[in-house]
Design a protein around this ligand. Structure first.
Ligand SMILES: Cc1ncc(COP(=O)(O)O)c(C=O)c1O
Length: 422
């Protein structure tokens, strides 16, 4: 269904180009029940859409903290003390809960300092232009759209913007050798939101250091799931969920880590981990700090309670999460179906044999009671069009069984891709 003529932009404008690129999304949103759904009810990891109950494999609540009794029962005490939402802008003052979260997070990540802002979208839009500071942003070609938008804002503030092939240190090095205008900011995802794979962080970081650039990493998905390796780890995700940098054994020298609580911690809050002088600068130059209000008290509370659960039971939850993820990955392998995931991370993108069958497959999944994220072009390259499944610690074994039966049916019908490029 086309947008109403009144808001259909004139041909040639960026918005017209964007809408043209997103024609598939517009079509799916108008007709596929898997998109733009109204969720009427939640019962564990089952959701009700109208009269149909589905198992939710589309949420990113990896640790299952959205349903955790310790978190849910702990929140009302915070509301009693703080009300629902103090309305000060952060520049004026912040509930002490912010200080408590920042201190906890500093210790967990092992970083010099931390600044909390409402979302990663706010952080990228506000922080990338400040760190780019009229120099050059070097952007991984598959960096998340919100990073890309932050880079475009940096360009509007006078920075150069250049892209390098996804996760390709040689491509980055070629750009760096051309001596782009400093300061240099190299932006990329941590655990990738579509492939579920980590970046070649050690090589990219070594290059950044050699060329006096800062690596800016968005670990929206990895934080809370992957963490430092150690003998007592309960799964290949490592311990403590302290993010991609610790997971890959790197240090924070010339690296700025951003991450969010909205996925593994089920809370509306995000962070930038950086040296203290950079934090001071951002408190003067980043509009979401100056003018936005705080995250809702329930979110600050669920973050603190989530950090408490993470310290006590996090590795147990991650072991459960890994076990469920492994079952799905092993089953896909048994079916001969291709997936981009080679890490064991709980994001599993399953490409289709034919990109044109996305609408049909989305309907079939919906009818069989499986709620998944449709991965459409150009959100992913055409040969990766398919659906994305996310596992969480709160899925039951029976729910995973039900998913595997539906995957069998899709494979039997020849709808799943069997090799990397079909
Ligand atoms: C890699 C990545 N970065 C940023 C975001 C946006 O996060 P937020 O909800 O904190 O703005 C997402 C959400 O999908 C994401 O996957």
């Amino acid at each position: 269904m086309p947008a109403s003529p009144a808001i259909r932009p004139e041909a040639g404008t960026w918005l017209a180009t964007w809408l043209e690129a997103c024609a598939e999304l517009e079509r799916l949103q108008a007709q596929n029940p898997m998109l733009d759904a109204v969720i009427d009810e939640v019962d564990g990891r089952r959701i009700r859409v109208g009269d149909r109950w589905l198992i939710d494999f589309a949420s990113c609540n990896y640790l299952g903290l959205d349903l955790d009794r310790e978190v849910i029962e702990g929140i009302p005490a915070y509301l009693d003390r703080w009300g629902t939402h103090p309305g000060w802008s952060r520049m004026l003052g912040s509930p002490v809960l912010y200080k408590q979260i920042e201190e906890e997070l500093r210790g967990l990540l092992g970083v010099e300092d931390v600044l909390l802002l409402p979302t990663l979208t706010h952080i990228h839009a506000a922080v990338i232009p400040v760190l780019a500071n009229g120099g050059t942003v070097l952007l991984d070609a598959r960096a998340h759209k919100t990073i890309h938008d932050g880079a475009v804002i940096a360009r509007a503030h006078g920075a150069g913007l250049q892209r390098f092939t996804h996760d390709d240190p040689e491509a980055l090095e070629r750009l760096l050798r051309q001596r782009p205008k400093p300061p240099l900011l190299v932006c990329l995802d941590g655990m990738n939101s579509m492939t579920g794979n980590p970046p070649r962080l050690a090589e990219l970081l070594a290059l950044a250091r050699a060329h006096d650039a800062t690596l800016y990493v968005d670990d929206a998905h990895g934080f809370g799931v992957v963490g430092e390796r150690g003998r007592s780890e309960t799964s290949p995700y490592g311990r403590r969920g302290n993010g991609i940098v610790r997971h890959l054994g790197q240090s924070y020298d010339q690296l700025v880590l951003t991450g969010g609580f909205s996925k593994a911690y089920s809370s509306l809050l995000a962070f930038i981990a950086c040296p203290t002088p950079m934090k001071r600068l951002l408190k003067i130059a980043a509009p979401p700090y100056l003018y936005s209000g705080p995250s809702p008290v329930a979110s600050l509370a669920s973050t603190l309670l989530g950090l408490q659960v993470n310290a006590g039971r996090g590795d147990e939850l991650r072991a459960m999460l890994y076990g469920k993820t492994r079952r799905v990955l092993d089953h896909l392998e048994k079916l001969g179906a291709f997936t981009l995931n080679r890490s064991g991370f709980p994001i599993i993108e399953v490409p289709l044999a034919e990109a044109d069958e996305l609408d049909q497959v989305g309907r079939l999944l919906f009818e069989r009671g499986i709620y998944a994220t449709l991965a459409f072009y150009p959100g992913v390259p055409r040969h990766e069009v398919g659906f994305r499944l996310q596992l969480t610690a709160a899925h039951t074994g029976d729910q995973v069984d039900e998913l595997l039966v539906v995957l069998d049916e899709l494979a039997d019908r020849g709808l799943l891709r069997t090799s990397a490029l079909g």
